[in-house]
Design a protein around this ligand. Structure first.
Ligand SMILES: [Zn+2]
Length: 450
């Protein structure tokens, strides 16, 4: 069906049930705009959010009521429930709208699951993250949906049920949150979250977790490089929010946005996860070995686990420009020039591997450095956490526990010895900020909610 705009921009009554007209710039703005009377905000909100019917067609319009995009409103990409109790696996694809590979992989998995209902334990659900941005192929419409999940904001989002929403992504977020919470209410076992992404530059797949043993354990099953410590240092991601709720979660970056392999890698990660958490046994997944081999061979020669060592924060006035030729995990020497800004050459403060070099205009991070965590240290850190050695941290020189938050420490860097921060890392304390010589270092909730 075509949109049925009259000459004056009016919507013919015929089109109302299936067509909704929005100005993508801002729903808030829509309320004030003279043409918005065609679709009052209250009406739009009640039809679209939450629970808009699957397959409903939405047309986004610009301020002149010219159509800019049509989309099938499909928040839910699929769900599959086994006859036996088991884990609830919740997957999100396309929380960035220019990253559709995860949504395609999820649909593939749901199609293949149709044939084998009996052997499945628990439930798999897949949701599209930013539906409107996906339909436009842009990262977001107004705001990055994967930077809006900070704890303070989430509190108000829950409280302000009837508040008008200020931008498109707030609507997306509210609906996404509703469907996630609905899924959690249905669960009959532990809940596990997967957040599927791709990158603008070509690269190998890797996984990201907040550094808890349960997250590490699951993500290592994928056998792609695992990055520790990044999640803790980017605020407002959906993974952070899920982690704070106490669920097991990992993020998976499959490679370049449009590369067909990215869909294959996502699909492999989904099947391997379903096996790892106990939804399906290996023998019930055709081609399981193929998926394993695919991921195992995807990043040859790279360390299995790397940790974030350095973040080069930038602001727009820095005129930061990365030197050409770096990709994820390119090795660099200490002192090597990796970028230029208005102060001159930007050098790597230590040896390691470049991670997420900035080659696009927008962004707050110029690049990161990561380096290998040797397997022996992974074992030491797992043992130290099982023995609850974190309780002894305040005995170290210069270290004190935050009076209110059990997962936060203060480290007086004038007193503490060089190894104190590394010991904190071993125990999962990776989020750092420094003020007046005192380092505040915190970690994600460590125990897992069933
Ligand atoms: Zn992304």
């Amino acid at each position: 069906m075509d949109g049925q705009l009259g000459k004056s921009g009016e919507i013919s009554p015929l089109s109302v049930p299936n067509y909704l007209f929005f100005f993508p710039e801002s729903l808030h703005f829509l309320q004030k705009h003279p043409k918005a009377q065609f679709l009052p905000m209250e009406k739009a909100a009640s039809i679209v959010f939450p629970g808009m019917e699957r397959g409903t067609t939405v047309m986004l319009t610009d301020v002149m009521a010219e159509p800019v995009a049509h989309l099938q409103w499909e928040r839910k990409l699929g769900s599959f429930r086994g006859s036996r109790r088991g884990p609830m696996v919740i997957c999100i694809g396309g929380i960035h709208g220019n990253e559709p590979a995860g949504t395609i992989a999820l649909k593939r998995v749901f199609e293949k699951l149709e044939d084998r209902p009996k052997d499945f334990r628990g439930e798999l659900v897949g949701f599209a993250g930013n539906v409107a941005a996906l339909s436009q192929g842009s990262r977001f419409i107004e705001r990055d949906l994967n930077r809006m999940w900070a704890p303070d904001r989430m509190k108000t989002l829950h409280l302000e049920n009837r508040q008008p929403l200020n931008c498109w992504e707030e609507c997306e977020q509210k609906e996404l949150l509703t469907v996630i919470e609905d899924a959690l209410r249905r669960k009959t076992g532990p809940a596990i979250f997967l957040d599927l992404h791709t990158t603008s530059a070509p690269g190998v797949p890797f996984a990201l977790v907040s550094d808890t043993l349960a997250n590490r354990h699951l993500a290592r099953r994928l056998e792609v490089p695992l990055i520790l410590g990044l999640e803790e240092n980017i605020e407002g991601t959906i993974l952070n929010y899920i982690n704070q709720l106490g669920y097991v979660a990992y993020g998976f970056e499959a490679g370049q946005h449009e590369a067909p392999e990215s869909v294959d890698y996502h699909e492999a990660a989904l099947w391997i996860t379903l096996e790892a958490v106990g939804c399906l046994s290996r023998s019930h997944i055709p081609d399981f070995e193929h998926y394993q081999t695919l991921l195992r061979n995807a990043a040859p020669g790279l360390p299995q686990v790397m940790e974030l060592r350095y973040r080069h924060a930038i602001n727009p006035t820095d005129e930061f420009a990365m030197k050409p030729g770096f990709t994820n995990f390119t090795p660099v020497r200490q002192g090597q020039t990796v970028a230029i800004d208005r102060f001159g050459e930007v050098k790597a403060p230590e040896a390691g591997r470049i991670f997420m070099p900035l080659y696009q205009k927008q962004g707050e991070d110029g690049f990161f450095l990561v380096s290998e965590v040797k397997p022996v240290w992974l074992k030491v850190s797992a043992l130290a956490r099982r023995l609850h050695l974190d309780k002894l941290l305040p005995l170290l020189p210069g270290v004190s526990r935050h009076p209110d938050f059990e997962n936060t420490l203060h480290v007086d860097t004038r007193i503490a010895k060089w190894y104190v921060v590394e010991i904190c890392h071993l125990l999962g304390f990776r989020k750092q900020s420094t003020e007046f010589g005192v380092l505040t270092i915190s970690r994600r909730k460590q125990h897992v909610k069933e």
